[in-house]
Design a protein around this ligand. Structure first.
Ligand SMILES: *[C@@H]1O[C@H](CO)[C@@H](O)[C@H](O)[C@H]1NC(C)=O
Ligand SMILES: *[C@@H]1O[C@H](CO)[C@@H](O)[C@H](O)[C@H]1NC(C)=O
Ligand SMILES: *[C@@H]1O[C@H](CO)[C@@H](O)[C@H](O)[C@H]1NC(C)=O
Ligand SMILES: *[C@@H]1O[C@H](CO)[C@@H](O)[C@H](O)[C@H]1NC(C)=O
Length: 326
Protein backbone atom coordinates (compact mmCIF):
# COMPACT_ATOMS: atom_id res chain seq x y z
CA UNK A 1 0.00 0.00 0.00
CA UNK A 2 2.71 2.40 1.01
CA UNK A 3 4.72 1.47 -2.03
CA UNK A 4 1.88 2.16 -4.39
CA UNK A 5 1.43 5.58 -2.84
CA UNK A 6 5.08 6.40 -3.47
CA UNK A 7 4.85 5.22 -7.02
CA UNK A 8 1.83 7.40 -7.69
CA UNK A 9 3.62 10.37 -6.22
CA UNK A 10 6.66 9.81 -8.44
CA UNK A 11 4.47 9.46 -11.47
CA UNK A 12 2.66 12.67 -10.65
CA UNK A 13 5.89 14.62 -10.32
CA UNK A 14 7.39 13.12 -13.43
CA UNK A 15 4.36 13.80 -15.60
CA UNK A 16 5.26 17.47 -15.40
CA UNK A 17 8.75 16.59 -16.54
CA UNK A 18 7.33 14.61 -19.39
CA UNK A 19 5.54 17.69 -20.65
CA UNK A 20 8.84 19.56 -20.89
CA UNK A 21 10.57 16.56 -22.46
CA UNK A 22 7.83 16.28 -25.00
CA UNK A 23 8.64 19.72 -26.25
CA UNK A 24 12.08 18.52 -27.26
CA UNK A 25 11.31 15.02 -28.53
CA UNK A 26 9.12 11.93 -28.28
CA UNK A 27 8.06 9.29 -25.82
CA UNK A 28 9.76 9.20 -22.42
CA UNK A 29 8.00 6.43 -20.49
CA UNK A 30 7.08 5.47 -16.96
CA UNK A 31 5.78 1.98 -16.35
CA UNK A 32 5.16 -0.64 -13.71
CA UNK A 33 5.43 -4.32 -14.53
CA UNK A 34 3.43 -7.17 -12.99
CA UNK A 35 6.04 -7.64 -10.25
CA UNK A 36 5.65 -4.04 -9.20
CA UNK A 37 9.00 -2.89 -10.64
CA UNK A 38 8.97 0.75 -11.64
CA UNK A 39 10.54 1.71 -14.98
CA UNK A 40 11.40 5.27 -15.84
CA UNK A 41 12.85 5.83 -19.29
CA UNK A 42 13.90 9.12 -20.76
CA UNK A 43 13.14 9.86 -24.37
CA UNK A 44 14.99 7.57 -26.74
CA UNK A 45 14.45 9.58 -29.88
CA UNK A 46 15.91 12.84 -28.64
CA UNK A 47 19.57 11.78 -28.66
CA UNK A 48 21.07 11.98 -25.17
CA UNK A 49 17.99 12.81 -23.12
CA UNK A 50 18.92 12.75 -19.48
CA UNK A 51 17.21 11.37 -16.39
CA UNK A 52 17.45 13.91 -13.59
CA UNK A 53 16.66 13.15 -9.96
CA UNK A 54 16.71 16.28 -7.84
CA UNK A 55 18.66 17.83 -10.66
CA UNK A 56 21.30 15.09 -10.59
CA UNK A 57 21.99 13.33 -13.86
CA UNK A 58 22.09 9.89 -12.28
CA UNK A 59 22.97 7.93 -15.42
CA UNK A 60 25.92 10.21 -16.13
CA UNK A 61 27.04 10.04 -12.50
CA UNK A 62 26.94 6.27 -12.61
CA UNK A 63 28.92 6.21 -15.84
CA UNK A 64 31.56 8.52 -14.32
CA UNK A 65 31.85 6.35 -11.25
CA UNK A 66 32.21 3.25 -13.40
CA UNK A 67 35.01 4.92 -15.33
CA UNK A 68 36.76 5.92 -12.13
CA UNK A 69 36.35 2.46 -10.72
CA UNK A 70 37.65 0.92 -13.95
CA UNK A 71 40.73 3.16 -13.70
CA UNK A 72 41.42 2.00 -10.17
CA UNK A 73 40.98 -1.63 -11.22
CA UNK A 74 43.50 -1.16 -14.01
CA UNK A 75 45.96 0.21 -11.47
CA UNK A 76 45.37 -2.68 -9.15
CA UNK A 77 45.81 -5.19 -11.95
CA UNK A 78 49.37 -3.99 -12.52
CA UNK A 79 50.34 -5.32 -9.11
CA UNK A 80 52.27 -8.55 -9.17
CA UNK A 81 49.75 -10.59 -7.20
CA UNK A 82 46.43 -8.75 -7.32
CA UNK A 83 43.71 -10.06 -5.10
CA UNK A 84 40.04 -9.29 -4.83
CA UNK A 85 40.65 -7.73 -1.43
CA UNK A 86 42.44 -4.70 -2.88
CA UNK A 87 39.83 -4.23 -5.58
CA UNK A 88 37.00 -4.37 -3.08
CA UNK A 89 38.61 -1.83 -0.81
CA UNK A 90 39.27 0.56 -3.66
CA UNK A 91 35.80 0.16 -5.14
CA UNK A 92 33.94 0.90 -1.94
CA UNK A 93 36.09 3.98 -1.34
CA UNK A 94 35.44 5.35 -4.81
CA UNK A 95 31.71 4.78 -4.62
CA UNK A 96 31.28 6.43 -1.25
CA UNK A 97 33.81 9.24 -1.68
CA UNK A 98 33.38 10.46 -5.22
CA UNK A 99 35.41 13.61 -4.66
CA UNK A 100 38.55 11.99 -3.36
CA UNK A 101 39.86 9.14 -5.50
CA UNK A 102 43.34 10.48 -4.67
CA UNK A 103 42.86 9.30 -1.09
CA UNK A 104 42.31 5.69 -1.92
CA UNK A 105 44.87 3.12 -0.96
CA UNK A 106 46.81 1.38 -3.67
CA UNK A 107 48.39 -1.84 -2.52
CA UNK A 108 51.26 -3.66 -4.16
CA UNK A 109 51.36 -7.34 -3.30
CA UNK A 110 54.76 -8.97 -3.33
CA UNK A 111 58.30 -7.72 -3.04
CA UNK A 112 59.29 -4.48 -4.72
CA UNK A 113 62.65 -4.87 -6.45
CA UNK A 114 64.65 -2.99 -9.05
CA UNK A 115 61.86 -3.39 -11.64
CA UNK A 116 60.07 -0.26 -10.46
CA UNK A 117 57.81 -0.27 -13.53
CA UNK A 118 55.93 -3.09 -11.81
CA UNK A 119 54.90 -0.76 -9.00
CA UNK A 120 51.43 0.75 -9.40
CA UNK A 121 51.38 4.52 -9.50
CA UNK A 122 50.35 6.15 -6.25
CA UNK A 123 51.25 3.03 -4.29
CA UNK A 124 50.38 3.50 -0.61
CA UNK A 125 50.91 0.02 0.81
CA UNK A 126 53.38 -2.75 0.08
CA UNK A 127 52.28 -6.14 1.33
CA UNK A 128 55.74 -7.60 1.03
CA UNK A 129 59.26 -6.26 1.21
CA UNK A 130 60.94 -3.25 -0.34
CA UNK A 131 64.35 -4.49 -1.46
CA UNK A 132 66.24 -2.27 -3.85
CA UNK A 133 69.44 -4.29 -3.94
CA UNK A 134 72.09 -3.58 -6.53
CA UNK A 135 69.78 -1.47 -8.66
CA UNK A 136 72.58 0.01 -10.71
CA UNK A 137 70.52 2.65 -12.49
CA UNK A 138 68.65 3.77 -9.39
CA UNK A 139 68.31 7.52 -8.84
CA UNK A 140 66.80 9.57 -6.02
CA UNK A 141 64.11 10.74 -8.41
CA UNK A 142 63.07 7.14 -9.09
CA UNK A 143 61.98 6.97 -5.47
CA UNK A 144 59.36 9.64 -6.10
CA UNK A 145 56.95 6.92 -7.22
CA UNK A 146 56.81 6.06 -3.52
CA UNK A 147 55.75 9.53 -2.45
CA UNK A 148 52.42 8.18 -1.17
CA UNK A 149 53.84 5.05 0.41
CA UNK A 150 52.90 4.78 4.07
CA UNK A 151 53.34 1.11 4.85
CA UNK A 152 55.71 -1.76 4.09
CA UNK A 153 54.70 -5.02 5.76
CA UNK A 154 58.08 -6.70 5.32
CA UNK A 155 61.69 -5.59 5.21
CA UNK A 156 63.08 -2.40 3.75
CA UNK A 157 66.52 -2.16 2.17
CA UNK A 158 68.39 -0.03 -0.29
CA UNK A 159 71.74 -1.64 -0.72
CA UNK A 160 74.51 -1.57 -3.24
CA UNK A 161 77.56 -3.60 -2.31
CA UNK A 162 78.75 -4.98 -5.62
CA UNK A 163 77.88 -2.13 -7.93
CA UNK A 164 80.68 0.22 -8.83
CA UNK A 165 80.56 3.44 -6.86
CA UNK A 166 79.74 5.68 -9.81
CA UNK A 167 76.38 4.04 -10.37
CA UNK A 168 75.19 4.66 -6.85
CA UNK A 169 75.99 8.32 -6.63
CA UNK A 170 72.65 8.89 -8.27
CA UNK A 171 70.91 8.23 -4.95
CA UNK A 172 71.72 11.37 -3.02
CA UNK A 173 68.57 11.52 -0.92
CA UNK A 174 65.50 9.48 -0.08
CA UNK A 175 62.97 12.32 -0.26
CA UNK A 176 60.65 10.16 -2.30
CA UNK A 177 59.92 8.18 0.85
CA UNK A 178 58.69 11.05 2.97
CA UNK A 179 55.24 9.61 3.68
CA UNK A 180 56.55 6.25 4.84
CA UNK A 181 55.36 5.56 8.37
CA UNK A 182 55.75 1.92 9.14
CA UNK A 183 58.15 -0.83 8.14
CA UNK A 184 57.20 -4.24 9.53
CA UNK A 185 60.66 -5.81 9.32
CA UNK A 186 64.23 -4.57 9.24
CA UNK A 187 65.31 -1.22 7.86
CA UNK A 188 68.62 -1.05 6.06
CA UNK A 189 70.52 1.44 3.95
CA UNK A 190 73.93 0.21 2.88
CA UNK A 191 76.81 1.10 0.60
CA UNK A 192 75.02 4.06 -0.92
CA UNK A 193 77.83 6.46 -1.69
CA UNK A 194 76.45 9.86 -2.57
CA UNK A 195 73.69 9.62 0.01
CA UNK A 196 74.16 12.78 2.03
CA UNK A 197 71.09 12.82 4.25
CA UNK A 198 68.03 10.73 4.96
CA UNK A 199 65.76 13.62 5.94
CA UNK A 200 63.12 12.22 3.64
CA UNK A 201 62.46 9.47 6.16
CA UNK A 202 61.24 11.81 8.86
CA UNK A 203 57.79 10.22 8.95
CA UNK A 204 58.98 6.73 9.86
CA UNK A 205 57.75 6.05 13.36
CA UNK A 206 57.98 2.29 13.53
CA UNK A 207 60.22 -0.49 12.32
CA UNK A 208 59.85 -4.13 13.28
CA UNK A 209 63.44 -5.36 13.31
CA UNK A 210 67.04 -4.33 12.86
CA UNK A 211 68.09 -0.78 12.04
CA UNK A 212 71.14 -1.01 9.83
CA UNK A 213 73.04 1.88 8.30
CA UNK A 214 76.36 0.68 7.01
CA UNK A 215 79.08 1.96 4.72
CA UNK A 216 77.32 5.03 3.45
CA UNK A 217 80.44 7.08 2.84
CA UNK A 218 78.81 10.46 2.38
CA UNK A 219 76.09 10.29 5.00
CA UNK A 220 76.57 13.18 7.41
CA UNK A 221 73.77 12.60 9.92
CA UNK A 222 70.74 10.43 10.58
CA UNK A 223 68.28 13.24 11.31
CA UNK A 224 65.63 11.53 9.22
CA UNK A 225 65.17 8.89 11.92
CA UNK A 226 63.91 11.20 14.66
CA UNK A 227 60.46 9.61 14.54
CA UNK A 228 61.76 6.28 15.84
CA UNK A 229 61.24 5.62 19.52
CA UNK A 230 62.25 1.99 19.87
CA UNK A 231 64.11 -0.57 17.82
CA UNK A 232 63.10 -4.19 18.43
CA UNK A 233 66.27 -5.61 16.82
CA UNK A 234 69.89 -4.57 16.62
CA UNK A 235 71.08 -1.09 15.80
CA UNK A 236 74.08 -1.27 13.49
CA UNK A 237 75.75 1.95 12.47
CA UNK A 238 79.07 0.90 11.08
CA UNK A 239 81.62 2.24 8.67
CA UNK A 240 79.91 5.48 7.76
CA UNK A 241 82.98 7.54 7.04
CA UNK A 242 81.29 10.94 6.87
CA UNK A 243 78.95 10.55 9.81
CA UNK A 244 79.39 13.49 12.16
CA UNK A 245 76.59 12.89 14.64
CA UNK A 246 73.73 10.52 15.35
CA UNK A 247 71.44 13.13 16.91
CA UNK A 248 68.58 11.85 14.79
CA UNK A 249 68.29 8.86 17.14
CA UNK A 250 67.42 11.10 20.08
CA UNK A 251 63.90 9.75 20.54
CA UNK A 252 64.93 6.11 20.81
CA UNK A 253 64.44 4.83 24.33
CA UNK A 254 65.05 1.14 23.87
CA UNK A 255 66.95 -1.22 21.61
CA UNK A 256 65.95 -4.87 21.77
CA UNK A 257 69.22 -6.28 20.42
CA UNK A 258 72.81 -5.13 20.13
CA UNK A 259 74.00 -1.60 19.59
CA UNK A 260 76.96 -1.69 17.28
CA UNK A 261 78.76 1.51 16.38
CA UNK A 262 82.06 0.99 14.70
CA UNK A 263 84.46 2.49 12.21
CA UNK A 264 82.69 5.82 12.04
CA UNK A 265 85.83 7.85 11.67
CA UNK A 266 84.39 11.32 12.10
CA UNK A 267 81.91 10.60 14.86
CA UNK A 268 82.91 12.67 17.87
CA UNK A 269 80.04 11.86 20.24
CA UNK A 270 77.08 9.55 20.70
CA UNK A 271 74.75 12.18 22.16
CA UNK A 272 72.05 10.91 19.86
CA UNK A 273 71.52 8.10 22.36
CA UNK A 274 70.58 10.51 25.14
CA UNK A 275 67.10 9.00 25.56
CA UNK A 276 68.24 5.39 25.41
CA UNK A 277 67.61 3.57 28.67
CA UNK A 278 67.97 -0.09 27.77
CA UNK A 279 69.94 -2.27 25.39
CA UNK A 280 68.88 -5.89 25.12
CA UNK A 281 72.16 -7.22 23.77
CA UNK A 282 75.77 -6.11 23.50
CA UNK A 283 77.06 -2.60 23.21
CA UNK A 284 79.94 -2.38 20.77
CA UNK A 285 82.00 0.72 20.15
CA UNK A 286 85.06 -0.03 18.13
CA UNK A 287 87.37 1.94 15.93
CA UNK A 288 85.64 5.28 16.18
CA UNK A 289 88.84 7.23 16.06
CA UNK A 290 87.37 10.68 16.67
CA UNK A 291 85.04 9.65 19.47
CA UNK A 292 86.06 11.50 22.58
CA UNK A 293 83.27 10.64 25.00
CA UNK A 294 80.28 8.39 25.39
CA UNK A 295 78.19 10.71 27.54
CA UNK A 296 75.32 9.98 25.20
CA UNK A 297 74.88 6.66 26.97
CA UNK A 298 74.39 8.31 30.35
CA UNK A 299 70.74 7.22 30.60
CA UNK A 300 71.36 3.58 29.79
CA UNK A 301 70.31 1.66 32.87
CA UNK A 302 70.74 -1.85 31.52
CA UNK A 303 72.78 -3.65 28.90
CA UNK A 304 71.78 -7.27 28.37
CA UNK A 305 75.10 -8.40 26.92
CA UNK A 306 78.71 -7.36 26.81
CA UNK A 307 80.38 -4.02 26.44
CA UNK A 308 82.84 -4.18 23.58
CA UNK A 309 85.08 -1.29 22.81
CA UNK A 310 88.49 -0.61 21.45
CA UNK A 311 90.49 2.04 19.69
CA UNK A 312 88.89 5.27 20.72
CA UNK A 313 90.52 8.58 20.79
CA UNK A 314 91.64 9.13 24.39
CA UNK A 315 90.43 5.68 25.25
CA UNK A 316 91.26 5.92 28.95
CA UNK A 317 88.90 8.84 29.44
CA UNK A 318 85.92 7.30 27.73
CA UNK A 319 84.15 5.80 30.69
CA UNK A 320 85.19 8.04 33.58
CA UNK A 321 82.31 7.32 35.92
CA UNK A 322 79.96 5.24 33.85
CA UNK A 323 81.52 1.83 34.31
CA UNK A 324 79.32 1.14 37.33
CA UNK A 325 76.24 1.73 35.27
CA UNK A 326 77.07 -0.63 32.44
C1 LIG B 1 13.18 1.26 -20.81
O1 LIG B 1 14.41 1.10 -21.52
C2 LIG B 1 14.94 -0.19 -21.41
C3 LIG B 1 16.32 -0.17 -22.06
O2 LIG B 1 16.34 0.58 -23.21
C4 LIG B 1 14.00 -1.18 -22.10
O3 LIG B 1 14.55 -2.48 -21.98
C5 LIG B 1 12.69 -1.13 -21.38
O4 LIG B 1 11.76 -1.95 -22.01
C6 LIG B 1 12.16 0.30 -21.35
N1 LIG B 1 11.02 0.31 -20.48
C7 LIG B 1 9.91 0.96 -20.79
C8 LIG B 1 8.81 0.88 -19.76
O5 LIG B 1 9.81 1.57 -21.80
C1 LIG C 1 44.21 3.18 3.97
O1 LIG C 1 45.41 3.09 4.66
C2 LIG C 1 45.40 3.69 5.94
C3 LIG C 1 46.79 3.64 6.50
O2 LIG C 1 47.34 2.36 6.48
C4 LIG C 1 44.40 2.96 6.81
O3 LIG C 1 44.35 3.56 8.09
C5 LIG C 1 43.04 3.04 6.16
O4 LIG C 1 42.11 2.30 6.90
C6 LIG C 1 43.10 2.52 4.73
N1 LIG C 1 41.83 2.78 4.08
C7 LIG C 1 41.14 1.83 3.46
C8 LIG C 1 39.87 2.28 2.83
O5 LIG C 1 41.52 0.68 3.40
C1 LIG D 1 55.32 13.61 6.49
O1 LIG D 1 54.08 13.38 5.90
C2 LIG D 1 53.26 14.53 5.76
C3 LIG D 1 51.98 14.12 5.13
O2 LIG D 1 51.44 13.02 5.75
C4 LIG D 1 53.95 15.57 4.92
O3 LIG D 1 53.16 16.75 4.89
C5 LIG D 1 55.31 15.88 5.48
O4 LIG D 1 55.97 16.73 4.62
C6 LIG D 1 56.11 14.59 5.65
N1 LIG D 1 57.39 14.85 6.27
C7 LIG D 1 58.49 15.06 5.57
C8 LIG D 1 59.73 15.27 6.35
O5 LIG D 1 58.51 15.04 4.38
C1 LIG E 1 61.24 13.57 18.99
O1 LIG E 1 59.86 13.51 18.72
C2 LIG E 1 59.21 14.75 18.80
C3 LIG E 1 57.73 14.50 18.66
O2 LIG E 1 57.45 13.25 18.17
C4 LIG E 1 59.72 15.66 17.71
O3 LIG E 1 59.07 16.90 17.77
C5 LIG E 1 61.18 15.83 17.92
O4 LIG E 1 61.69 16.58 16.85
C6 LIG E 1 61.89 14.50 17.99
N1 LIG E 1 63.24 14.68 18.44
C7 LIG E 1 64.25 14.70 17.61
C8 LIG E 1 65.59 14.85 18.19
O5 LIG E 1 64.11 14.57 16.42
Amino acid sequence: MVLRGIVRCLVAVLVQGVVCANLASAEPTIGVDVDGNLFINSSSSGGDARLLLNGVDVIQELADLRRLYAGRTTTASTTTVPTTASTTTTASTVLTTTTAPANTNVTHFGTVGCQLENVPSGVTHIQGSFLLDECVQLRSTDLLIFSKLVYVSGNFRIYSFYSPRQFNDAVTNVDGLKRTLTVGGFFSLGYISGLVDINGLANITSIGGVLNLASNDDLINVDGLSGLTSIPGNVCLNDNNGLINIDGLANITSVGGDVSLGYNRKLTNVNGFQSLTSIGGDLGLSHNEALSNVNGFASVASVGGDLLCERFKQQSRLFPQQNEQH
